[in-house]
Design a binder for this molecule. Sequence first.
Ligand code: HEC
Ligand code: HEC
Ligand code: HEC
Ligand code: HEC
Length: 180
Amino acid sequence: MKSNYNSHVWRVVFGLVVLLIGVILWFGVVKNRVITSFGQYGHYRADAIDDEAQREIRFMTNAPCLSCHAYETRLHDNGRHKTISCEFCHGVLADHVKDNKKIGALPVKKREEIKVLCLRCHNKAIQARPKDVIKTVVMPDHLRDQKVKETHICNQCHLVHAPFYYIDHANRILGIQEKN
Ligand code: HEC
Ligand code: HEC
Ligand code: HEC
Ligand code: HEC
């Protein structure tokens, strides 16, 4: 028996027509730029190179920090953290400096936050570490070994920008050989 309820068919046809119009508009109008530069150098949109180059540069090396923060940068460049980017701990230069002028404050970690920061790289619990490169500690055992209260924060003994600076000094005074 023939059914009169065929609106479901028309709905599908309507959907397909809308899709077709959409595809035509997309390629004709929106993607016109795409088509004009596609294939110029290879199987990709040549304009993409310019688009990427236009993007604002946000991260930098440690080099620009030296001009305004010579004290911290010198310590850092001569300490065991010399291979670590300032921006890992402090955030992005683009939020801080523009045209050689300070435009905004960078976050500076304090107290407990410092512990969290240091342990992101130095926690023994994190197994996926190149062990001979990044030395790890177990907390609070590390503090017990030093015979101090467990409330101690890392930067009370480790200068954040040169973590063995004080410790090497102390060892030298006490005639203990430096750790390598
Ligand atoms: C391992 C993380 C780490 C790295 C890498 C690092 N810093 Fe810091 N920095 C800190 C922490 C934590 C503090 C605040 C606590 C302290 O000074 O003991 C700080 C403090 C500072 C301060 C003082 C801020 C204030 O108002 O007291 C400046 C400036 C600074 N750092 C600049 C730099 C520069 C420049 C570099 C790179 C050459 C750098 N830091 C690399 C963690 C880091
Ligand atoms: C054009 C100069 C300039 C450059 C380049 C620069 N800073 Fe600063 N920075 C300042 C000034 C000015 C202050 C505020 C006064 C101060 O603490 O010395 C400041 C303060 C800071 C502070 C303390 C928190 C704050 O924002 O007040 C940190 C941390 C810091 N800078 C980190 C960095 C790092 C990391 C870099 C490199 C990625 C960098 N700065 C590059 C000028 C600069
Ligand atoms: C981004 C990861 C990272 C963060 C965050 C970090 N460190 Fe380090 N740290 C390293 C690496 C990598 C080395 C080893 C560098 C090398 O030997 O080339 C190192 C070296 C050290 C050393 C010397 C150990 C040794 O014998 O090599 C100490 C101590 C240390 N860090 C303490 C700290 C403290 C304290 C903090 C927090 C303020 C901190 N680190 C934050 C990655 C990090
Ligand atoms: C009371 C002082 C003190 C505090 C607080 C402290 N440390 Fe240390 N740390 C030392 C001394 C001293 C050494 C070097 C002697 C040793 O190996 O025990 C050391 C060594 C290290 C080393 C190198 C270990 C190795 O195997 O060579 C790392 C990594 C380290 N500390 C990270 C941290 C982190 C992260 C914190 C904070 C969560 C922290 N320390 C807090 C005193 C301290």
